[in-house]
Design a protein around this ligand. Structure first.
Ligand code: ATP
Ligand code: MG
Length: 280
């Protein structure tokens, strides 16, 4: 049985929750499910800050290969990645030449994430063919609510909003992850049809979920969800979806690939197969 209702996977999804609540794991579960169901599915993960996603390429015990993602950049990269490669990668993701990719931005310098993204997003939007699942890990880094006033940051917000509002008609299905719901631009959250809300303790972070509930569920459900949000255990989340008509508490299973967030300094999962460079 699938862990995540298949009906929500065709929509934009927000994975919310405080640090350590299980957001990345649940999003990995969704990606594992998508790739298992359709080995020709296309996924691009923009791993913004802390190299959270390389474990997908290893089995749970770290001894065998996992999913055949190519890792671009970061400490586990199959190929190095420069922040000027955004357009090239956007083109490759759009035309299907790079079907499964993890873009690890952890080694970029200051402003590198925005520079990459501001070239990547328009190239993707312009040349997009078919369907791609696009994961924005730490999405508030791409589209923060507060602007720093830097031009590149303003442009990144612009492109994130474009992806959220116009992406679906082009075949782009967003998965937006953040531990700082209150710091994420409203347009991103607003475009998500489904919220998977893990443990949220700060009232300001709970607010968008409560707002959604007020508009979509009866008072008793609203009270139940609101009362439990702060104490959900790791890996549990309220799945709220208007499209799929679901408001349900899920206890998600452990991921089937290597859990690199459990042991960030471990050298397991080392087997990861080196692949030919895709970017010169
Ligand atoms: N469904 C689950 N079953 C068992 N353990 C889980 C589950 N989900 C997450 N965990 C464990 O909880 C820890 C934190 O999970 P995860 O990294 O997914 O959280 P996160 O919300 O993404 O945190 P952060 O905001 O810091 O990135 C991991 O070590 C993981 O092993
Ligand atoms: Mg995470």
């Amino acid at each position: 049985m699938s862990a995540i209702p298949a009906s929500i996977l065709a929509q934009h999804i927000a994975f919310l929750g405080k640090t350590g609540s299980g957001k990345t794991s649940t999003a990995k579960l969704a990606i594992e499910q998508i790739v298992r169901a359709d080995p020709s599915a296309r996924v691009c993960i923009l791993d913004a800050v802390k190299s959270d996603w390389w474990g997908l390429t290893s089995s749970a015990d770290g001894k065998r290969p996992g999913l055949p993602f190519v890792i671009l950049g970061g400490p586990r990269g199959h190929v190095p990645l420069h922040d000027s490669a955004g357009k090239a990668i956007g083109d490759l993701v759009a035309n299907g030449s790079l079907p499964l990719s993890i873009v690890d931005m952890a080694d970029f310098g200051a402003g590198g994430l925005q520079k990459f993204f501001n070239d990547f997003a328009p190239a993707l939007m312009k040349r997009m063919r078919g369907v791609v699942y696009l994961v924005l890990e730490e999405a508030h880094e791409f589209a923060p609510k507060e602007r720093s006033g830097i031009g590149a940051e303003t442009m990144a917000i612009h492109w994130a909003k474009k992806l959220a509002t116009a992406g679906r008609s082009k075949g782009i299905r967003l998965m937006v992850l953040t531990q700082r719901t209150q710091a994420l631009h409203n347009a991103l959250l607003g475009s998500c049809d489904t919220m998977i809300a893990h443990r949220l303790t700060a009232p300001a972070d709970q607010e968008p979920v409560k707002k959604w509930l007020k508009a979509n569920v009866d008072k008793a459900t609203y009270e139940t969800v609101s009362a439990s949000m702060a104490s959900l255990k790791t890996g549990s989340a309220w799945l709220c979806s208007g499209e799929a008509q679901v408001t349900e508490l899920f206890q998600f299973p452990k991921i089937a690939t290597y859990d690199n967030s459990a042991t960030p300094t471990s050298r397991s999962g080392e087997h990861a197969v080196k692949t030919a460079p895709v970017v010169a």
